[in-house]
Write a protein that binds this ligand. Structure first.
Ligand code: C5P
Length: 312
């Protein structure tokens, strides 16, 4: 039997959403340097679109929505989307190559797993382009090897994450949330924030206990109690991120003054999130941010994981 079923099309575009962490509990570094996590992921409505076409060699080309800086997006093999393509062809023992075109709507180095979204979308797009019919379990395993957030980018919605973040289980979520997303022009690379978490833990400035998602958060999500969520959100990477970047604390203060159900640092930062349980309140806050000249986007959550949006 050939793995190469009749190709469906000559170009496939897959959409992948940004992730946020409603709760991010982090423990002390493991032997392998990664940190044990318990997290609640949510996919929200900012998207990267990845288009793949057959080509004689691997290449990656990037474009972006206004307000997104592409300077930090790596080229060639350093780009996780190319690594995803190579991992998929290696899994099937195929010598195929493709051109990968990424249109970014997710901030780069923003703590919203944009690179992971691109990797996940590339896996799904190439699988469809070449008719590989890779099983979900195999896609999730390939995704986990590419990066801790890549499996969640495949499934989207709201999910519990454990291990180093790569073990994902969907959770019941009856809420309809609105997030005002406030990017920052200066990115914050994730490894440095985790390293600083260890520095602060060694100094005794933070106490790193075994991470545990509060059951009340999962109950509130399942019951659709959006108004109860605010005080239940937390991020253990906030302390090291603000310690590294005091300018972010100042921005946070300005966002808190606008008013919302919660202000949260997204993952390792520097993007901030303002939570609303109602779109009218979110729009009113967005209007205040326009007045204050603070760049932002409005995004619903939860939204779907990777899905095909165009076939040519
Ligand atoms: O898994 P991923 O490649 O996305 O992780 C990027 C970096 O973030 C890792 O190299 C590591 O420094 C840090 N990290 C960590 N613990 C995790 C996830 C990521 O220390 N659970």
């Amino acid at each position: 039997m050939s793995l190469l079923a009749e190709p469906d099309s000559s170009a496939v575009t897959v959409r992948a959403a940004a992730k946020i962490n409603l709760y991010l509990g982090v423990g002390r570094a493991r032997e392998d340097g990664f940190h044990p996590l318990e997290t609640v992921y949510q996919a929200i409505g900012l998207y990267d679109d990845v288009t793949v076409t057959d080509a004689p060699e691997w290449s990656v080309h990037t474009a972006a929505d206004a307000g997104i800086d592409l300077a930090a997006v790596p080229d060639g093999d350093a780009n996780i989307a190319v690594r995803a393509g190579r991992a998929l062809t290696a899994h099937h023992d195929l010598g195929l190559t493709a051109r990968i075109q990424i249109h970014k709507g997710i901030p780069v180095a923003g703590g919203m797993a944009g690179g992971s979204a691109d990797a996940a979308a590339t896996l799904v797009a190439l699988d469809r382009l070449w008719g590989l019919e890779t099983s979900d379990d195999d896609l999730l395993a390939i995704a986990a090897r590419l990066g801790s957030d890549v499996p969640f980018a495949l499934i989207g919605g709201t999910a519990l994450g454990s291990g180093r973040g790569e073990l994902v289980t969907p959770v019941a979520d009856a809420t309809e949330l609105w997030w005002v997303v406030v990017p920052h022009p200066v990115g914050l690379p994730t490894p440095g924030v985790y390293r600083h978490f260890d520095v602060l833990a060694e100094r005794g400035a933070i106490v790193a206990t075994e991470p545990r998602v509060p059951p009340d958060l999962l109950d509130a999500l399942a019951a659709g109690e959006s108004e109860a969520l605010g005080p239940l959100l937390a991020n253990d990477l906030a302390a090291p991120a603000y310690d590294l970047r005091p300018d972010l604390s100042e921005l946070r203060g300005r966002l808190e003054a606008v008013g919302s159900d919660a202000v949260l640092l997204s993952g390792s930062g520097p993007t901030h999130l303002m939570l609303f349980d109602d779109v009218e309140r979110a729009r009113a806050a967005a209007a205040d941010l326009i007045e204050a000249d603070i760049v932002h986007w409005l995004a619903p959550g939860p939204v779907a994981g990777c899905h095909v949006i165009d076939l040519l």
